[in-house]
Structures are given as C-alpha cells and as structure tokens.
Design a protein around this ligand. Structure first.
Ligand code: AMP
Ligand code: MG
Length: 457
C-alpha cells in the first residue's frame, strides 16, 4: 500500500478550523507505534526517527495538510450546551486514503494549546495515552468500530491533574480515524445560523463518508445514515460490555466510529447502572443508558439540520433508531456468543433471554462469553441459564471447524483464560510503567488482545 495523502478538509474553507502549531516538547520518546494501522495507510515503512519527526514534532506528511488544523465545534456536555469548546488539546494533522479507499484522518491528543484550550494546558497525561491504547485495542478486538491508537510518544513534561497523583508524566497521542466530524460540528453551525455552511458540511460528509452525492433530501438522508451508524455503535458497546463514560455530542463522530477515550471502563457484569466517570454523579452515561444517550445526541443532529430539512423527514429518520439498535444488539450478542444467526425472530428472543440471565445473576461477563463461545454452555451455569441453554441448542457455532472436533474453539486462545480489561488490570499495567518504567505488561496485553481478536474472527 502506497501512502496516499489527501487534503479534503480544505474544501470546507477557513471558517471550519484554525491553523495551529504543535507544542515543542522537551523529549520525544516513542512508546507505541501501531504498525498494523500504519500498514493500512502505507506509513509502516517509516523509520522510528521519521515516525517521531511526524508524530512527535508534527512535521507535515508530504502532500497532506501543510499545517495542523484545530477543528471548530460546539456540543452538549452532560446535556448542557457549551459553545466554548473545539479542538483544545488536539488538531487534525493529516488526511489520507486507506487500503479500502476510505478517507482517513490522523488527529492528535495532547499536542499543545489552541484557540480552544480555555484554561487547559493542551496536554495529555501518559496514563491517559496508555489507557487510550488499551481501550482502542480491546474495542477493535470485540468488533466495535473505533478510532485506532496510531502512535504514543512520551514528551517529558510534568503535568498536574486532579484525577492522577501529580506531577504526572506527559504524552502526545495520534489517533487514526474515519473522520473527525462530530455532531457538535453541526451544532456549532446551527447555533450561528450559518445555513450555507451547514449545507456544505452535509455535502462533505455525504460525499466523503457515505459515498453519496448530496442532491435531494440530503440532510434527512445524512441523518438516516448517522442514526444507523450510531445505533450500531450503541449496540456494540453493550455487547462488548463497554462504558464510554463521556457520550457528549462533541464526542460522537458522524461516521459512527467510537472515539475520545477518557474515563472509560469495561463493565464486570451486565449491570445497567454501572458508571465509568467519577464525575458522572447522576449516572447519565451509565452502561445501560448508553443507547438512550446516543439517541439523544443523534436528536441534537436532527435539531441542527432543521434549517435544511422538513421536520417529518427528520422525525422519520430518528424513528429508525430503535429498530436498528434492536437488530444490531442482537447481531452483536450472537457474534460474541460465537453462534450463527438463524435470521428469524428467534435471534432476538435469544438475545433478550441472554441479557436477562446476565442481569439477574450478575455473572462475570468476560468469563461467560469465553465459556459460551460456540453455543455450548457448561453445566455449572445453573437454572437461570436453562432457558438460554434450551434456545442455544438450535444454533450452530459461528466458525466452521478448522481441524478436529472442537470447531469454533480451535484457536489456542480457548485453552487459556478470557482476556478482559477490567479496571484493576488497567491500573496494574499503568503501575508497572509509573513505578518501574516497565512497558512489558502493556505490550503483552496488546499481544493478548490481538490473539483474542484472531480467535473471535
Ligand atoms: P473531552 O471531555 O476530552 O471531550 O474534552 C472537552 C473539551 O475540553 C474539548 O474542547 C477539549 O479540547 C477540551 N480539553 C480537555 N482537556 C484539555 C486540556 N488539558 N487542555 C485544553 N483543552 C482541553
Ligand atoms: Mg472530546
């Protein structure tokens, strides 16, 4: 794959972004380079020195953006409209095509102050960067469309944070994603009543992310796509047991790719009230409330598009959310169970019975999905699982046998223990780095996650 630089964002014009400069860091120590992701955009051939020049000092990639752009957006944060946000500690660094021809962004986190930093330092803690690697690798393995962590470079500054023992180490992260247009990008234009720019953004997103020409009903069609993709994202969060933590409308990408990982957690149990962010006192973004939160965000897009579309068309698009969600959560749960959908109403019933059994018993999720993969539930799963077991009898394992009689469970992963990502392990991986500068547990975990991904595929 040859590197194929792009500059699509420049079509939108100056009112969508501000050119900015990256901070100059006292050190640039390469901690993580994602060569699998880099290979998909033709950047895996860079030497480590070149990598650091581009992703630590932000020397432009030839043919892509001549200077970093802080993107403008607003958004609802915990349901309160905030017109003072925007890329405050990151920017769009480069655009390119991937091997499938998709338009890809490399964006940053922790690259310095911008006009949108307000009182912030524009920096990312090293722990925050390590946590983002873990979240993105795990989500990708569990079949959630997500931004990838492309690069993490330690930057040698001392940061002060209320939620970490301080001073704490600093880093700059590069994320690879399918665009950085957020629901909040639309909200900002609606807020300023910039209707022409709004139409321009609709066209941009339809063309570059949905492969369609704008034309008739462009805004309502776009909303329909975004509803479908975000409902799918919500469904996959649930099946993965993932709690994003901050589902504000500025953190929702209109391509439905999950991104921006702060106080995320994986839920140990199917517990709807399980909350990730310590500051989410009301549990607004709790595990079980995520579909509703994402629906609410999509509704803000609908409201923003009102100047361009009839209300009826927008309402019709919004009304597809529940059915897409139901279909996708069923598909995602069956995928995690390792069984082939039958394509009938039975699938939906199976998913519901599964949810109920998990919620009633508070069975450890990762162990459960590990044991159940392929559809054979071990005997020690008691009475509460009888109904589920009965229904699973009608299902075939998702993977054809590669060899021997084990079928779905051929991969070496299935003779070990489940790979999970609960908070104690995340903290232990960080503690090894913080206390001994020992990066081996992080790299071992990434390898273990990728092995699980192979087993699930
Ligand atoms: P987030 O909660 O990470 O989605 O961020 C919300 C807003 O706060 C965005 O505009 C960020 O760019 C900004 N922000 C978060 N942390 C910092 C920081 N350390 N310095 C500057 N801006 C920040
Ligand atoms: Mg954000």
């Amino acid at each position: 794959m040859d590197f194929t630089p792009q500059q699509a964002i420049l079509e939108l014009g100056d009112s969508f972004y501000d050119p900015v400069a990256a901070a100059r860091f006292p050190q640039t120590i390469l901690r993580f380079r994602n060569d699998r992701a880099a290979a998909q955009v033709g950047l895996d051939g860079l030497s480590d020195d070149e990598w650091i020049a581009h992703f630590g000092r932000f020397e432009p990639l030839a043919g892509s953006l001549p200077a970093p752009l802080a993107l403008r957006y607003h958004g609802h944060q915990f349901r309160v409209y905030n017109p003072e946000i925007g890329d405050g500690r990151g920017f769009l660094f480069a655009q390119m095509r991937d091997a499938q021809g998709r338009l890809i962004d490399l964006g940053t986190k922790g690259s310095g102050q911008t006009p949108y930093s307000r009182f912030g330092d524009g920096r990312l803690t090293l722990k925050g960067g390590v946590r983002e690697i873990l979240a993105t690798e795990m989500l990708e393995a569990l079949g959630v469309e997500t931004s990838r962590t492309f690069s993490l470079i330690e930057t040698g500054e001392e940061l002060h944070r209320g939620d970490e023992p301080s001073p704490t180490r600093s880093s700059v992260l590069v994320r690879m994603s399918h665009g950085h247009i957020r629901i909040g990008t639309f909200q900002r234009l609606a807020h300023f009543q910039e209707t022409e720019a709004l139409a321009q953004l609709v066209a941009y997103v339809l063309r570059h992310y949905y492969g369609e020409e704008p034309g008739e009903d462009a805004a309502a069609r776009l909303l329909g796509h975004v509803v479908a993709r975000t409902a799918t994202m919500a469904a996959r969060f649930m099946a993965a047991g993932f709690v994003h933590g901050v589902l504000n409308s500025d953190n929702i990408n209109v391509t439905g790719e999950s991104f921006d990982y702060g106080p995320w957690r994986f839920a140990p149990f199917w517990e709807p009230g399980f909350t990730a962010a310590y500051f989410d006192h009301a549990g607004l973004y709790a595990f079980g409330r995520q579909p509703e939160a994402i629906y609410w965000d999509a509704m803000q897009l609908a409201i923003s598009l009102r100047p361009l579309a009839e209300e009826d068309a927008l309402i019709a698009a919004m009304e597809t959310f529940p059915e897409v969600y139901q279909r996708e959560v069923t598909a995602a749960l069956l995928w995690r169970l390792g069984v082939t959908p039958r394509g009938t109403e039975a699938d939906r019933v199976l998913a519901q019975v599964l949810e109920r059994a998990l919620a009633e018993t508070l069975t450890p999720l990762d162990q459960f999905f590990f044991d159940a993969f392929g559809g054979n539930l071990p005997a020690h799963y008691g009475e509460a699982f009888d109904d589920l077991r009965g229904q699973l009898a009608f299902y075939q394992p998702r993977k054809p046998a590669l060899s021997g009689a084990e079928g779905a469970r051929d991969h070496a992963y299935w003779s070990g223990a489940p790979c999970s990502m609960l908070i104690d392990e995340v903290e232990a991986i960080w503690a090894a780095i913080a206390e001994r500068d020992d990066w081996a547990p992080l790299h071992a975990k990434v390898a273990a996650i990728r092995a699980m991904a192979d087993a699930l595929r």
